[in-house]
Design a protein around this ligand. Structure first.
Ligand SMILES: [Zn+2]
Length: 622
């Protein structure tokens, strides 16, 4: 990051902090999304009807999107939509005289934003229909060849629309500020099943034509599609798993507690409002842990550890059915309203389902990650909950800060006001803003009105504003401590002092969290014979647990324990989940192994998602 950029963004944060401190909420409510071309203050899309053919030979979607409009400003005669690399064939509008072709202009707005599509609207037009096709390189779609799937027989395609990739497969107002319902007809090769973030019958016959209805209004980033050789297994009447056959039974077993989690979340925060809740296990190239597509969470297979130790991801994606999907950040600068609340709810649900010890272990690991992340920022503005303007991509702001700092902030409020009052408050908050898109200032006003003012003197308004707008972590942040981890620390110290060997760690009953805690704090200059002792005792270099493997590889590379080199190569080729691979590439660069990293990347890159490719290209400075 350049010095100039640092100055600019620091300036904008100071400016915004001043504005926020003096401005009324009405002013803040006018903040427009900087990552959209859409003129959504004048006209909004209320419903989308898609009709698309999935063409695996050409790696494109082709068909039409029909948009129902609501005019907010009466003299509006253009509709501006977001697109990226779409071929627009024709645009029609429907007014009183029926459908007729209308004029449009596509204008390039650069790599990040894509192209604005400006459509002429005749007087009284209530609908537009856009005939289009996507490009094979669409940033929001990944097309896998049969060889890249586990079954090896059929191709696979899936979307990742967050943050601003929906525009690469649907011409749309691609901003979280706008919500719409949608319906879709999707045609696929006959043997394959299509799924969307919408109402669907798990037992629908496979005939190559699938219909979907999404009756709840959602923002564009929650539109999702997947097509593949997928099977379904029920976990309960309303919960189930879709996956390729090789992993279906293991996934259903791993996530068997999902109905319990749903119940726990609904007990705490009000009813689940989305009908069914299903999980879709994607191929390993999925760049994220999970994506909270409504009714159908998309998941990486790397969380199937065999011992249910990584199921907090389900608690997280499920929690988004309240925070994020139900109450949404109106612009990406306020993503902590999605992710911080979700991380907090996730941890509460983990406590309900697995008990306090495990919930606290996750808090300790989360805070450690946050402190490391904050320490690594060149630009302190990145450590404020409300992100700076002018990021190169909204996803740049999706660090540990919106997640873990947001979680700490809400736990701070819980500690101050007491759990009972805070639970009541949060439940009412989800109800108040249900199916709405809001800014941090909306949250602040609601908090002030419903918790701070009725309970004067419990917290200081300046402290609350500092939590939301200031960089860094306040001294008043909660400090979780875990007895289980204290024990691990003692064991680690004894091991490092040579008092016990690897076989004497007493780690037989450790869960993944304890292993991560043990490995992460091993010193970078640990003696090679200790690496060898751990590795030969626990086979850490070849463990099937993707999170433990990641921690071990990071530590080993830093220390120069080169036994991991082949396993790391195999891992980087097999897995495409960003959280597990970006830091490994970065570490290889940091320890002057860029050339080797590049060699591995050349083999791995074709299997990665376009989002991951772009990120690693940047790490390797390609
Ligand atoms: Zn999330």
């Amino acid at each position: 990051m350049s010095a100039k950029k640092y100055l600019l963004s620091t300036f904008s944060v100071i400016l915004f902090a001043i504005l926020a401190a003096c401005s009324a909420p009405e002013e803040a409510a006018n903040e427009m999304d900087e990552f959209t071309f859409a003129n959504y203050d004048a006209i909004v899309v209320r419903h989308v009807d898609l009709d698309l053919d999935v063409d695996f030979d050409n790696k494109i979607l082709t068909g039409s999107a029909e948009l129902s409009l609501e005019i907010l400003k009466p003299d509006t005669n253009t509709l501006i939509l977001d697109t990226r690399d779409l071929a627009i064939k024709a645009v029609f509008t429907e007014a009183s005289g029926g459908w007729q072709e209308t004029g449009f202009v596509l204008e390039d707005g650069g790599n990040l934003m894509g192209q604005s599509l400006t459509i002429d609207l005749p007087e009284g037009a209530a609908k537009v229909r856009i005939e289009y096709q996507t490009s094979p390189g669409a940033s929001g779609l990944q097309w896998l060849t049969p060889e890249q799937t586990a079954g090896k027989e059929y191709p696979f395609m899936f979307s990742q629309s967050q943050a601003i990739h929906a525009r690469s497969w649907v011409p749309i107002q691609d901003t979280p500020a706008v919500r719409f319902t949608y319906s879709a007809t999707i045609r696929t090769p006959e043997a394959l099943l299509a799924l969307m973030s919408a109402d669907q019958d798990p037992y629908t016959p496979r005939d190559g034509e699938y219909s979907f209805e999404m009756p709840q209004a959602i923002p564009a980033y929650l539109m999702a599609i997947a097509v593949g050789d997928l099977e379904f297994q029920a976990i309960s009447d309303t919960v189930g798993v879709y996956a390729e056959e090789y992993i279906l039974a293991a996934a259903a077993e791993e996530f068997s507690e999902t109905p319990m989690m749903m119940e726990a979340t609904a007990d705490l925060y009000g009813p689940y409002r989305w009908g069914r809740y299903d999980l879709l296990i994607l191929p390993p190239s999925f760049p994220f842990g999970g994506m909270e597509n409504p009714r159908l969470t998309f998941l990486t297979p790397t969380v199937i550890a065999g011992d249910k130790s990584l199921t907090s991801i389900i608690a997280h994606e499920l929690a988004h059915s309240w925070s994020g999907n139900l109450v949404t950040n109106a612009t990406w600068r306020h993503a902590w309203l999605n992710e911080g609340f979700t991380s907090y709810v996730e941890n509460r649900v983990m406590e309900e389902v697995y008990g306090k010890d495990r919930a606290v272990m996750e808090q300790v690991l989360g805070k450690a990650d946050l402190l490391e992340t904050i320490a690594g920022f060149e630009d302190p503005a990145m450590s404020a909950l409300v992100m700076p303007y002018g990021l190169n991509d909204p996803f740049e702001g999706f660090t540990d800060v919106p997640y873990q700092k947001g979680d700490l902030f809400l736990r701070y409020l819980e500690q101050k006001f007491g759990r009972e009052k805070f639970d009541t408050f949060l439940r009412a908050y989800f109800e108040e803003f249900a199916f709405g898109s809001i800014l941090s200032e909306d949250f602040y006003s609601y908090l002030d009105e419903n918790l701070m003012s009725p309970n004067p003197g419990v917290v200081e308004p300046e402290v609350i504003r500092a939590w939301i707008y200031d960089p860094g972590l306040l001294d008043v942040a909660p400090e979780p401590t875990s007895d289980a981890f204290t024990l691990v620390s003692e064991t680690r110290a004894a091991f490092l002092a040579g008092e016990i060997s690897a076989t004497e760690l007493g780690s037989e009953a450790w869960i993944t969290h304890q292993w991560l805690y043990f490995i992460n704090a091993l010193p970078d200059d640990m003696a090679m014979e200790l690496f060898i002792d751990l590795d030969t005792t626990f086979d850490l270099s070849v463990t099937a647990n993707a999170e433990i493997a990641f921690a071990w590889y990071m530590k080993s590379l830093q220390a120069g324990y080169l036994t991991v080199v082949n396993p790391v190569e195999e891992y980087l080729i097999r897995i495409g989940r960003g959280k597990l691979i970006y830091p490994l590439y970065q570490r290889l660069v940091d320890i002057s192994q860029r050339d080797w990293a590049l060699k591995v990347y050349q083999k791995a890159r074709p299997g990665y998602h376009p989002i991951a490719q772009a990120r690693i290209d940047a790490i390797l400075e390609l």
